[in-house]
Write a protein that binds this ligand. Structure first.
Ligand code: SF4
Ligand code: SF4
Length: 181
């Protein structure tokens, strides 16, 4: 495997394979970093808080009905291409079993029967609320949700940067060793 982060233009299955290989080779090393452990814990909590706000507001129920009754999911085909290999690696670090096959031929690669199969989502997915939702739910409730999502996005950014930094260090060390050999 290459430690260097995989290009965003790579096919989704190649990015998943890179993330799995990286987890296999460096998962223990990454999980041993105190900053990463702490950020993973905080991010997991922030994701649960955002989800709790969505349940409380009724958005989760509304989206389920939209999927099941109206057949109108916003998790369309191709949205998976916004996902970087690193974001998939973060899902693995948080214990998510990143899917390896698409279920819905017309949907996003990560869409499952009960919604998204990832826990750590890209900003594009975290922030998206359709007009139906923003117009029907209370502005105060939406503002509270946005605040929680803001924390989630900030922690995700910090974790992503930390992992990229450590991977770059590992790559440099490996290249120096190879040059000496
Ligand atoms: S955000 Fe809107 S379009 Fe997307 S699933 Fe929910 S209700 Fe449907
Ligand atoms: S929320 Fe999940 S299933 Fe929906 S578009 Fe984003 S990654 Fe895909």
């Amino acid at each position: 495997m290459t430690i260097h982060p995989i290009s965003l233009d790579s096919p989704i299955k190649t990015k998943i394979a890179w993330a799995r290989d990286c987890m296999h080779a460096l998962g223990e090393f990454l999980a041993g970093d105190k900053v990463i452990t702490s950020l993973c814990r905080e991010l997991g909590e922030a994701i649960r808080n955002s989800h709790a706000a969505m349940i409380h507001l009724g958005i989760v129920e509304e989206c389920r009905e939209c999927e099941d009754v109206r057949g109108g999911s916003c998790c369309g085909l191709g949205l998976e291409n916004y996902y970087s290999g690193n974001l998939l690696l973060i899902n693995l670090l948080l214990g998510v079993d990143v899917p390896q096959e698409r279920i819905d031929p017309k949907g996003c690669f990560f869409l499952g029967a009960k919604g998204c199969r990832l826990a750590v989502r890209d900003v594009i997915c975290i922030n998206y609320l359709c007009e139906e939702i923003t117009s029907r739910f209370s502005p105060e409730g939406i503002a509270e949700l946005r605040e929680r999502e803001g924390i989630e996005v900030r922690l995700l950014f910090q974790l992503n940067e930390r992992i990229l930094g450590l991977l770059a260090e590992q790559e440099k060390t490996l290249n120096e060793r190879r040059a000496r050999a």
